[in-house]
Design a binder for this molecule. Structure first.
Ligand code: NOJ
Length: 725
């Protein structure tokens, strides 16, 4: 029999990923536990401790490695970043960030993104991929919000479930992180996220519960404290909530250096210390021999250590990693040569598709886009349209800790090195072809040159960006979180200069999150294009939409406010970061306070128009389908395209909920003139609130309103239904 190369296999798997899982995809937890219990029962205390302990920072090829056991044999597990692909890997794919994947509002694309990352992780011998990140965006300035799926817990929950399934169907353990309350970089290791029990359930851990439902193998506890207790030693968080209420069967690993105690964290429910040392690189450990001693001294019961090892082994067996696993081919700390393994396959195709599908067309006056075939000249202005002058993925800004050239991902551990990066200028020029005259400047501060370049073109594109990342790197004085919500590199002035010079100006912004748009009413700004963080295929995905090869359908996964003061959350310099907004996170606050956003959560235009009618609602007693909602959507425009229908639920009065909560979405393709019916099942979970007095989820009695529409503020249809016990 002819053996297929890994990349051929990957390409095949990817092509079929959305339809059929990897043939060696996960087995059920029960069967995995049987195998885990069998091997762990043969292990000595020291061996079990080894499974739960990392070898230390910069000691191994991966960012984390556990100790192996011999007789019985159990391998050292390789844990490797990141939520966007394989950090410190060569010949890998650097795709769209989660925030841009979220903007597709497309479950199948989210799954396929997870699947190709799973293929690459497996190919590189990574047992546990350190993603997805599923912490909803609280403060718009939060440095790492782009690593996750936006401001809404439901959207994060779908992002979590689809990504976990995609990764794990390839036999790789996924890690949902950072459990929980890790919503800003400012003082992340030295602050307490103080959150009500209700908001903990309904907002901040909701996506983790969905990851657990999807069978996630690992969850990472976070750096911060939770109501005054370190997250990695919080028994309520780890044992009562996660392993108890949510039924998590996998293992809890600490964030790197987030463990603050030996026995306390063990007894609270931590299962694995990462990277193993107390302070990264110090060679000391809370666990290892110390954990063995704690058991001997009676501070920690051996059963707890057995449980740690069993959970870790169960995740390994669940993903069928015992049936043969590739050797490690990442080399995080340049210790030795990693074997050459190219895992890219044809993943660039899905990255390009995701980039175009995640592009949000914010405004489009006079049908300026797609570009007319008559266009003869295009101006391109701004460093964000061009390459990094220092090189592709330059050594002088490791982990993308710089903002030079076009922005296609943020910075920090949640990154991947670019194998290449198609700049917007190159993508546009290639698609425009030789007959179109392209003039460009990448200078942000020379406003005269910007105006000169723009003035005679049929259309002038002006590019700008806003970057953010993890706090161990500071870029331009931004220590992870952004210092403000304004554009970088003179962006506002550059946009104004171009718009003053050309009456057909299109603004393109690559950003980690919302920015302020003081120029939005400029009469010459005809369109605002929001590609988010599109990864290596940036310029191609953009050109696909600008030239109309792809009809845009991306939707904002967060609210863009008119004014910074319209937001009710910010990164907080206090030790106690009090989540006083409670349930009113993101658009829910704007709805509750009746504040008009500049661009609403869920907003995004198409080159077509869609009509909604015929809403129908029925109820049943079935827990997975307590209310069924359907509506008819018709493509009333002149081009084929996707529409993202969104369902928001208004709870009965007295339930104490914000006015509307996202509880469903479907991205459907419709040829011009065609109609389809979309339907949504609202489960018991979708219609529940967390009752703090009962300490349980309850479905409130009373009248619910269900809205179907094109954004959180473009609600085309509504209907009511009543539920009672
Ligand atoms: C710290 C980050 O918070 C986490 O997301 C990452 O996985 C680890 N470092 C390992 O790099």
């Amino acid at each position: 029999m002819k053996l297929l190369s890994l990349t051929t296999v990957s390409a095949f798997l990817l092509a079929t990923a959305s339809a059929a899982p990897h043939p060696s995809g996960p087995i059920a937890w029960d069967s995995a536990y049987e195998k885990a219990e069998a091997i762990v029962s043969k292990m000595s205390l020291e061996q079990k401790v080894g499974l739960a302990t990392g070898k230390g920072w910069e000691k191994t090829l991966c960012v984390g490695n556990t100790f192996e056991a011999t007789d019985p044999d159990f391998p050292s597990l390789c844990l490797q970043d990141s939520p966007i692909g394989i950090r410190f890997g060569d010949n890998v794919t650097a795709g769209v960030s989660a925030i841009t994947a979220a903007a597709t509002f497309d479950k199948d694309l989210l799954y396929r993104r997870g699947a190709y990352m799973g293929v690459e992780a497996r190919g590189k011998g990574v047992n546990t991929l350190l993603g997805p990140c599923v912490d909803p965006m609280r403060a718009p300035k939060a440095g790492r919000a782009w690593e996750a799926f936006g401001e809404d817990p439901y959207l994060n929950g779908v992002g979590a479930a689809e990504t976990v399934a995609g990764i794990q169907d390839q036999g790789v353990i996924a890690t949902a992180k950072h459990f929980y309350g890790n919503n800003q970089e400012l003082n992340r290791k030295n602050s307490s996220s103080d959150i009500s029990v209700r908001a903990v359930h309904e907002i901040w851990t909701w996506p983790y519960a969905r990851a657990v439902d999807a069978g996630v193998g690992s969850i990472m506890c976070s750096y911060n404290q939770l109501n005054g207790t370190w997250a990695c030693e919080d028994e309520y968080a780890l044992t009562t909530l996660l392993k108890g209420e949510y039924g998590f069967k996998g293992f809890v690993q600490s964030d790197w250096g987030a463990q603050m105690s030996g026995a306390k964290s063990a007894n609270a429910g931590l299962d694995m210390t990462m990277p193993g040392d107390i302070v990264m690189g110090d060679g000391l450990s809370w666990w290892g021999a110390n954990l063995t001693k704690m058991v001997k001294d009676g501070e920690v019961k051996e059963e707890r250590v057995t449980d740690m090892a069993t959970r870790i082994a169960a995740a390994y067996y669940k993903m069928r990693q015992d049936e043969g696993y590739p050797e490690i081919a990442v080399n995080s700390f340049n210790r030795t040569e990693a074997p050459y393994v190219n895992v890219q396959g044809d993943h660039a195709k899905i990255v390009r598709e995701l980039g175009a599908a995640g592009l949000v067309l914010l405004s489009n006056k006079d049908n300026t886009l797609p570009l007319s075939k008559k266009i003869k000249s295009i101006a391109i202005v701004g460093s964000d349209a061009g390459p990094n002058p220092d090189g592709l993925n330059p050594a002088n800004c490791a982990d993308h800790g710089c903002d030079n050239g076009t922005l296609a991902m943020g910075w920090g551990s949640g990154t991947v090195d670019y194998p290449y990066l198609v700049t917007p200028k190159d993508g546009i020029a290639k698609r425009a072809g030789k007959k179109v005259d392209i003039k460009y400047t990448f200078e942000d501060w020379d406003l005269e040159k910007a105006a000169e370049t723009a003035k005679d073109a049929d259309v002038a594109f002006v590019f700008s960006n806003a970057d953010a990342g993890e706090e161990y790197i500071s870029v331009d004085g931004n220590v992870g979180d952004r210092n403000n919500l304004t554009l970088w590199h003179n962006g506002d002035n550059l946009i104004k200069a171009v718009a003053d010079a050309n009456e057909n100006t299109v603004v393109v912004i690559h950003a980690v999150g919302p920015v302020l748009m003081p120029w939005i009413d400029h009469p010459n700004i005809k369109a605002v294009v929001w590609p988010g963080l599109p990864g290596q295929e940036s310029g191609n995905s953009l050109a696909d939409v600008l030239f109309g090869d792809v009809n845009p359908s991306g939707r904002l996964p967060y609210t863009i406010a008119k004014d910074e003061s319209d937001y009710n959350t910010d990164h907080d310099p206090n030790f106690n970061v009090v989540y006083s907004e409670n349930l009113n996170v993101g658009y829910k606050h704007f709805d509750a306070e009746n504040i008009e956003p500049l661009f609403a959560f869920g907003h995004g235009l198409s080159y077509s128009t869609f009509k909604y009618d015929d809403i129908k609602v029925s109820t049943s007693k079935k827990e997975d389908n307590m209310a069924k909602v359907s509506a008819k959507i018709t493509n009333t425009g002149k081009v084929d395209g996707h529409e993202v229908a969104q369902v928001y639920v208004g709870f009965p009065e007295g339930a104490g909920e914000p006015p509307r909560l996202l509880r469903g979405f479907e991205r459907v393709f419709l040829k011009k003139g065609k109609s389809t019916s979309v339907s949504f099942s609202l489960s018991k979970m979708d219609l529940s609130i967390f009752d703090e007095d009962k300490n349980d989820w309850v479905v409130p009695d009373g009248e619910y309103t269900v809205y179907v529409g094109a954004s959180s503020r473009d609600l085309r249809l509504n209907a009511t239904f009543t539920l009672s016990k």
